[in-house]
Design a protein around this ligand. Structure first.
Ligand code: ATP
Ligand code: MG
Length: 336
């Protein structure tokens, strides 16, 4: 098949963004070529993107473009592909836009009775207070990924710390922010693959206890930006997570319901915390999960399942192709 890859390229290792490293694009290209596909690359920031896709008309696009500007940037390339009627892997414009907004994501989850930590939105003119939340809380930007804006200072134990963290976040992001009850306990990330029905992969535990004292100070048992960029290879990963079977089953059930509720397609990764009483909470969804062959969690999950990076990439393409094939026969959701 003639497959295009749409992506945003990281220009330098120090750039603070969510874009992909050249090695990731190359690895995806090689994985697809190894299964006989003819692959062409499309850098999504190019002003010629619309033109090249119109002229080339790939049969399918493997989309990992995060988009550059605006709160809903991940939806840009899928909107273009919809307009050109070129099929692509992954979630729709609506689903990607919802998941860019952590508050909207949580509102959808709550509507469906799916557990997510209690939260409050603060606008710059609001008094900085926690209302009916309980300390500790964590202050987060609403529209960022890759733990951008999350540091050890984001966790607040009292009003003074909250004021400091909130004011800093307002200055940095110039948008409303979110204050969320902090869930101590275990960090778990869960992959989902496919559609009819979605297959929830075994939950993966991220164990921070192998980090040094200094590293834990910068990243106190959470995934800060520093952790994602510098420490992620130093953590321990357990698949499945070291939890009782009933808890793993409960996680699988809520993640599957969340995938459906959030209109996700083909692939996604959910970040969760599990408190000391074994209650799981969904923090957020990543419908364009990182595919860095060395540092991303979904490739890690596949490796721990005994599968290869090539399997992962080709599974994503295959479930998307299958979905399009079935969509021509049945209209299974209201977006069609
Ligand atoms: N309510 C919470 N309780 C405990 N830890 C939290 C909470 N919210 C966030 N964290 C910690 O901060 C990390 C980043 O938070 P979150 O996943 O919401 O942000 P992100 O920047 O969107 O990350 P991603 O790269 O997955 O998109 C989490 O993985 C977790 O370690
Ligand atoms: Mg996350």
């Amino acid at each position: 098949m003639k497959v295009g890859i749409t992506f945003n390229l990281k220009r330098s290792e120090t750039e603070l963004d969510e874009f992909d490293r050249p090695v990731t694009i190359e690895a995806i290209k090689r994985a697809l070529e190894a299964r006989g596909h003819k692959v062409k690359l499309y850098e999504a920031t190019s002003p010629l993107l619309f033109y090249s896709l119109t002229i080339d008309r790939p049969q399918f696009v493997f989309n990992i473009a995060e988009g550059k500007y605006g709160a809903y940037r991940e939806a840009f390339v899928p909107a273009l592909l919809d307009e050109l009627r070129i099929p692509y892997t992954g979630s729709s414009v609506l689903s990607l836009a919802i998941s860019m907004d952590k508050v909207m994501t949580k509102e959808v989850l709550l509507y469906h009775g799916i557990p997510t930590p209690k939260f409050k939105v603060l606008k710059v003119i609001d008094p900085i207070e926690i209302g009916d939340l309980n300390y500790p809380v964590i202050v987060k930007p609403i529209f960022e990924g890759s733990s951008i804006g999350i540091t050890s200072k984001s966790i607040c134990e009292n009003d003074i710390e909250l004021k400091e963290a909130a004011e800093k976040a307002f200055r940095k992001f110039k948008r409303p922010i979110m204050v969320e009850e902090f869930i101590g306990g275990m960090e778990v990330t869960v992959g989902v693959m496919g559609n009819f029905p979605p297959q929830v992969l075994p939950p993966m535990e991220i164990d921070f206890s192998t980090l040094s004292k200094r590293e834990l100070k910068a990243s106190p048992y959470i995934q800060t930006y520093k952790f994602k960029t510098d420490y992620s290879d130093k953590a321990n990963y357990y698949l499945p997570a070291r939890l009782p079977v009933e808890v793993l089953q409960k996680i699988t059930e809520i993640v599957k319901n969340a995938f459906i509720a959030l209109r996700n397609r083909d692939v996604a990764r959910f970040d969760l915390r599990v408190d000391k009483n074994y209650n799981p909470y969904i923090l957020e969804v990543n419908p364009l999960p990182g595919l860095d062959p060395e540092h991303s969690d979904l490739p890690r999950i596949y490796k721990l399942m005994g599968k290869t990076y090539g399997d992962l990439i080709n599974d994503i393409l295959q479930v998307a192709v299958e979905r399009y094939r079935l969509e021509t026969k049945i209209s299974y959701n209201h977006e069609e």
